[in-house]
Write a protein of this length. Sequence first.
Length: 230
Amino acid sequence: MEAPSLILQDLPITTILLFWNLFVIFFISKWVYSFAVKKGRTEHSACYFGRKVIHFLSGGLSALLLPFYFHEPYLPTILALGLALLTYSTHKLNKLLYWFQDPENYYEVHFCIIWAAIVFFTWFIDSSFWFGVIPLLFMAWGDGITGVVRNLKYGKRIKAWEGTYAMMALDLVIGLKLGIAGIIAAIITAFIERIEFLDDNITVPLTALVILLIAKFYFPWLLAPINIFG
């Protein structure tokens, strides 16, 4: 099928996904923030929980749906770039969505842009989407769980080993979809996430993607899925 037909086919699910993402951003994330504050968390800690909810339910879930419901990369890319523009504009207009945005950084904007770029470019390498989805899940769910674990224990953003181990455990399961290469990527990116002065929303998915690309072009047998459930 040609691109216009595929886009029309994906339009209904894209519309649903748009409203879902907005619901997560403006309602679920805000409710989590308010709940955390009521439970005695600092505003900074509560904001971090709000951000990680978006990691899981917006970025991660949206990525996971791609191989099952989408046939082209254009609409998901436009959706992600639209969210990047939304989160960027709130910074520039000084109207931050306080329940998840930090005035000191633009990490959520980076998240949306890297999500869009990986989905778009990897589709031309692997039209099943999985080649892009796995690095994005490392970013959304892997980095998400490390933030939740660290925030629960320390109440702030900190690069502690508890979070690293949690991220590695979750990403190892995710990485099985792309075999030994996925496992290698999961382990390496868990350590890459610990680098303080770099945004892990960029370093984690790009590192994973580079590892998977090396495997695809030089060691394709490393990409054979591993089924641990028989």
